[in-house]
Design a protein around this ligand. Structure first.
Ligand code: GLN
Length: 231
C-alpha cells in the first residue's frame, strides 16, 4: 500500500475514457473542488483498460455511466479488480457509481439486444431491459441528506436480490430511479452509493458535502493510523 501525505486525497476514476455519460466527470470535479476548499490537495487517476489498481491506495473511487457497448468492453477488464473493490466496499470505504457503473457492480445486466453483460457480483442486484420503457427525463427524490434533482437516461431496470442487505439511496418524487415499479432510486450500502442520476448528481451540494465529509473522515482516520504506527 502507498502511504499518502497527510493532505493529499487520491481519487480513482474507473474507466474515465469509456464511462462518462451526460457529464458524470462533473461529479469528480465537484468533489475535488470541495476537497480543495477544505485545504486538501487532490490527485485523480484514470484507471483504464489493462491498468493496475489497488482500491486501498485511494480515498474515493468513482465509476460513471456508459452506453451498452462501452459497458461490454469494460466488463471484460473489470473482473481483475473484483477482489480489491469487494474488500474496499465491504470495509466501508467511500465509492460512488452512476448508472452503467452502478449496474456493473451487480450480478448482471441483460441488454435490449439480449446480451447478458456479467457484473462484478459484489452487490446482490441485477439489471434487465424490459421492452415497456426507456427511463428518461428529470428525476426528483428524497434522500437522508435531503432532496435531489437530477436527470436519468437508461434502459436497464435494476432490482435488489437481497433487500435485507441493500437499501435504496432515495424515494422517488418524480421519474423512475431503479425501475418503474419500486419507486426508489439507487443504492446506499455502507459508504457505497449507486445512482441513476446524471446532471451531474453532485451539483446537489447536499449530497456532495456528505460524500466529502465521508472521504475526509476516512482519510484522516487512515493517515493518523499510519502516523501512530510509524512513531
Ligand atoms: N447502458 C445502460 C442502460 O441503458 C446505462 C446507461 C447510462 O449509463 N446512462 O441502462
Amino acid at each position: 500500500m502507498i502511504i499518502m501525505a497527510n493532505n493529499l486525497i487520491k481519487i480513482a476514476y474507473l474507466y474515465e475514457d469509456l464511462m462518462n455519460t451526460y457529464g458524470d466527470s462533473g461529479d469528480v470535479k465537484i468533489i475535488s473542488y470541495l476537497l480543495k476548499r477544505e485545504g486538501y490537495d487532490t490527485q485523480v487517476d484514470n484507471i483504464s483498460l489493462g491498468d493496475e489498481f489497488d482500491a486501498f491506495d485511494y480515498d474515493f473511487v468513482f465509476f460513471g455511466g456508459g452506453q451498452d457497448f462501452e459497458q461490454t468492453v469494460v466488463a471484460k477488464d473489470l473482473p481483475r479488480h473484483k477482489e480489491t473493490l469487494d474488500k474496499y466496499i465491504n470495509s466501508g470505504q467511500p465509492m460512488l457509481c452512476i448508472c452503467g457503473g452502478y449496474q456493473l457492480m451487480g450480478t448482471y445486466y441483460k441488454t435490449n439486444s439480449g446480451v447478458t453483460i456479467k457484473g462484478l457480483d459484489i452487490l446482490p442486484l441485477h439489471t434487465v431491459f424490459k421492452a415497456d420503457k426507456r427511463m428518461i427525463g428529470d428525476t426528483r427524490y428524497r434522500t437522508e441528506w435531503g432532496e435531489v434533482q437530477a436527470f436519468e437516461n437508461h434502459s436497464g431496470q435494476t432490482y435488489f436480490d437481497d433487500t435485507n442487505k441493500l437499501h435504496p439511496f432515495g424515494e422517488m418524487i418524480e421519474g423512475y430511479g431503479n425501475n418503474p415499479q419500486d419507486g426508489v432510486e439507487g443504492l446506499r450500502y455502507r459508504n457505497f452509493i449507486g445512482s441513476y442520476s446524471h446532471g451531474p448528481l453532485l451539483k446537489n451540494t447536499n449530497v456532495a458535502n456528505a460524500i466529502v465529509k465521508m472521504i475526509i473522515e476516512r482519510h484522516d482516520a487512515r493517515t493518523n493510523q499510519v502516523e501512530s504506527v510509524e512513531n
